[in-house]
Design a protein around this ligand. Structure first.
Ligand code: SAM
Length: 245
């Protein structure tokens, strides 16, 4: 497979994203550790701490682009197994790995898996207390549409949390990070998964994603209030938060 970096139509983009994640699903979790030097765990834990799920039953969270269930499991654990999480992903291979992990952890009652597109959520209005999406929104062709859907399915008082790679805010670190992502990540992808191209594509998608302030504006345009963000690791990642009030 070979992925071009020219700008592509949204159907084509989704096709490439799907191919990447079908290919990497089995090795996805280990690749995350290797490529972020374990940092993705720290960022995900910080996201769940920000969400602070209550330790009583009834809290319903939708984790979109939830892949292998990483965020959902963390949320359920943080709630002392009280919360219910729905993992939604467009990719059946990723969901399959997630389902196996849920069974192994005895979390099948707290977590369910739905194959669908973030742009068209198969839920009614105002069903969820929280909507989370980690390292997923940059892969969605129509981000504005996905954010509108997030707003629609949240209850009043519900919260949106978006964790995504972002713009590095520190001199020197930005150079190191560029060198790592353009050379190191595809090389590692090739060594571990046998093909560097999917990772090259993913790195490119990070570069194209709007910077912190611009993305915050997009969230506001979808109807969210009190939109804020926090940089993690000098802005390698950022957590955006908004409320449906
Ligand atoms: N949230 C997980 C994590 O943080 O480990 C997985 C993130 S993974 C980098 C991105 C996920 O987004 C993939 O599982 C992919 O299938 C999913 N995805 C891509 N486009 C999507 C779409 N339009 N709707 C829903 N999920 C999508």
């Amino acid at each position: 497979t070979s992925f071009g970096f020219k700008s592509v139509g949204s159907g084509e983009k989704q096709g490439m994203v799907d191919a990447v994640f079908h290919q990497v699903a089995r090795r996805y979790d280990i690749m995350n550790d290797v490529m972020s030097a374990g940092l993705h765990r720290v960022w995900k834990d910080a996201m769940v701490t920000a969400l602070n799920p209550p330790r009583h039953p009834g809290f319903k969270v939708l984790d979109v682009a939830g892949g292998t269930g990483d965020i959902a499991f963390r949320i359920v654990d943080a709630s002392h197994r009280q919360a219910h999480a729905t993992v939604l992903d467009i990719n059946r291979s990723m969901l399959g790995v997630g389902q196996e992990r849920a069974e192994k952890r005895n979390l099948s009652e707290n977590v369910d898996f739905v194959e669908a597109n973030a742009e068209e959520l198969p839920f009614g209005d105002a069903e969820f207390d929280a909507y989370t999406i980690a390292f997923g929104i940059r892969n969605v062709p129509d981000i504005a549409k996905a954010l509108k859907e997030a707003h629609r399915v949240l209850k009043r008082g519900g919260r949106l949390l978006v964790l995504e790679f972002s713009e590095v805010q520190m001199p020197i670190l930005d150079k190191v990070y560029d060198a790592w992502s353009f050379n190191g990540i595809p090389a590692l992808g090739k060594a571990i998964a046998g093909d560097g191209e999917p990772y090259r594509y993913l790195v490119e998608s990070i570069r194209k994603f709007p910077r912190q302030a611009d993305f915050a504006r997009m969230i506001e345009q979808a109807g969210f209030d009190r939109v804020r963000w926090t940089d993690y690791s000098g802005g390698i990642a950022a957590l955006h938060s908004g409320w449906k009030l």
